[in-house]
Design a protein around this ligand. Sequence first.
Ligand code: MOS
Length: 753
Amino acid sequence: MSRSPVGRETERVDGRLKVTGAAEYSGDYRATGLAHAHLVTSTVARGTITRIDTAAALAAPGVLRVYAAPEPRLNLYEVTGQAAAFVENYIPLRSAEVLFHGQTVAMVVAETPEQARDAAALVTVAYDVRPPRTSLADEPHVPAGPAISGAPSSLNILAPGVGSIDAALAASAVVVEAEYHQHIQHHVAMEPHAVLAVWDGDQVKIHAGAQIPAAYALGTAQRLGVLPQDVRLITRYVGGGFGARVVLWSDTPLAAAAARELGRPVRLVLTREQMFTLTGHRSHLTQTVRLGASRDGVLNAVSHRSVAERPPTMATTMTPAHSTTDALYRTPNLHVDAQVAVLDLPGTRAMRGPNEAPGAFALETAMDELAVATGVDPVELRLRNHATTHPATGLPWSSKHLEECYRLGAERFGWSARSATPRARVDGQWLYGTGMATAIYPAHRRPAAVRVRLLGDDTAVVSTGMSDLGTGGATVVAISGADALGIPLTRVTSEIGDTLLPQGAPAVGSSATHATVPLIVNAARDAITELKRLAVSDARSPWHGSDVEDLRYERGILHGQGRSMTFGRLLATVGSPGITTRAESAGAADPGYVHHSFGAHFCEVRVNRFTGESRVTRFTTVADVGRIINARAARSQLVGGVIFGIGHALLEENHLELDTGRLANSTLADYLVPVNADVPDIDVIMLDHPDPVLTGPLGDGSDDVGTRSLGARGLGEIGTVGSAAAIGNAVFNATGVRVRDVPITPDKLVEHL
Ligand code: MOS
C-alpha cells in the first residue's frame, strides 16, 4: 500500500544528480566545434563610443571574431508585443550609445574561454562622456505607472467625509512618520549566467537558465528575427533565479547571434562582476510611511510613498510597496503612491520579493514605531489592526490564518518574556533584543499546461516546460502526479525545463506550485477516465463491453466485476502505447476573492556594544502558505527567504558612485551575503491549512480519481517579506537605536552605543 507523498519529507527527485555533479547546468553542455565568447563592458555610465580598437584582440591567439558596438553583423532586432515586458528595450551592441556603466560594448569569440577572456582585455574603448543621472533624490520624480501586473501605482481610498489622506492623518491621535532607505541589491545566484547556442539550419537550440521559458524563447526569437517555433530553450537545471532570470538579458541574444554569424556553436558565460550590471538588480529606494492611529493603536490612516529607479533600458518598473501596504492592515484611509526617477543605471528588475520585501521593511518598521509610540505590544498592535477583508477592495481572502501565525509564533518564540524597554538585556559586550513583523505575499494564478502519460510498465510521466530554479519544482511535479494517480513516487518521472514540453508555469512570484499542481490533478483525473474507457472499449480488455461505472481505480489498479489489473498491465494487454492527457489553464483566479500567503517572523538579535555588529541569534517563522506539498523543500524555501531577510537587514548593498554611475562593490568579495556563520537555526512552522479557493474546490477524497485540489499556495518569497523589519525591530529593542537605512551596518549603530 502506498501512502501519498503529499506533505511528507521528500528528498529531491534530482538531488542525487545534483550533489554528484551529474546534473548538467547550462554552461556544462558541450557541442562539436564549440567557440567561446567573452564580453567587454563599458567603463562610463553615459555617453557615446567614439572609437573601439579591436586590432590587438583580433591578433591574439585563437580569436575568431571581435564584435564591437555599433556592430552591424549580428542582425538583432527589437522585441515587441507581450514579450517586450521581459526584455531590455535596447538592442545589444547595436548602437554606440552607452546607457549604463557595465553595458556590453564588445564581444570576443575565440577557440577557448581563456583566449576569449585574454583578448577581451586587449580591446580599448574611447568615449564621449556625458554626466550620468544618478541621484534618486535630485532627479525629477514621475508616477511609476501601472505595475507589470497591471495594478495601479497609486491608490487613495478615503472614508466618507474625509477630504484627504493628510486630513485623515491630522485627525489621528497618534501619528508616526518616517523615511526608509535601502541600497541597490543583487540576486547573486550560485550559478553564473551561462548560455550555449547551437544552430541547425534556421533553428537554434539554447541552453540557458530562464524563469519564464516561454517568454524567454519568444523574446530570443524576436531578437534574432526568427520564428518563435525555431527557438528551443532548454533550462533543465538552474542554479538559482531570484528574479535575475526573469528577463531575457543581452547574453542569450549575443551568443546566439554570434553562433549564427560564425557558423559554430557559441558558449557565453558571464563573469561574476559582469552579472552585477548585466542581469538586473533591486532598485535602491526611498520610502515614506505615515501611520495615523488612536491612542490604543487602531489605525485610521496608512500612507506609503516610494521613489525607485527607472533605468532608460527598461520599459517598465517594479512598484515597491504595493502588494503589501494595500492589503495588510484594516484602515479606513489608505494612500499608496509609487514614483520613479530615471537614472542612468543598469536594468532594475524582479529580485526576491521585488515589491513586497522592501515595502514590508518600511511598513513593518513603521508599525514597530507605532507600537513604541502607543505603548502597545507589537503582536497585539497587529492583532488590533487585523484585516478580515482586503482593505483596498473589501473582498474576502480565499484563505487567511494570519492571527494563528502571530499566536503560534509568539508562543514558540517565547515572545511574552520580552521587555518592551530597549537596552533591557545586556550580556557582557552584547545587547540583546527581540522583534517581530508580518509577512504577506500575493498568490497569483498564472498560465500553465501539463501532460500526464500512463505507460505500460506501470509508471507515469508528468511533463511541463517550467524550470526548477533549485526550489524543488521538479519534485513537486512528481509528488503531485504520484498523489493524483495514487502510485508511489518512484513510479513517477517529472519532465521539465524544455520549451518543447507543454508550456510551463512561470517560475516567478512564488506561483509555479499553485499554477501547476491543480493541472496535474486534472490531467491525472482525465487519464484515469481514459483508462476506464479503454478498459471497456478494447476487445482485448477483460472488461470489454462493461460499463465505465462498474470500474473503480485505486492506487494504480483497476477493479471491477471481481477482477483487478494495474494500469500498466491493462495497457500492455490491449497493446496500447500509453494514455496521454493534457490540462491547461489561462491562469485566472476567482475574482470574488483576494489571494495571499501570510506569515509572522519573530527574532532575537544581539548587538555588540563596542563594535556595533549585529548578529541574529534566534529566528522563528510561522507560514500560512496553504497545503504543503513537500515539507522538506518548503521548509528549505522558507529558511532561504529568511536568510535573504538577514542579508537585506544587515549585509547587502552595492554602493553607487554618484559622479560616475559605477556600482562600486560589484564582486562577491565586496558584496556581502549571509554565510552559514551569519545564520542561526531558523525555526519554521508551516500551518498547512489547504486554501479552499485558489486552486479550485478541495475534494473530499470520496472519488476514486484525483479530483481533490490540494490547496497549495506559493511560498518561495514570503520568508523574505518582513524578515528584515523583524531584525531591525530587534536591533531597536536591543539598542534603542532606530536605523531606517538598511543594511544596518556597524557604522550606523556604533556612534549611538
Ligand atoms: Mo521572483 S523575484 O518573482 O523572480
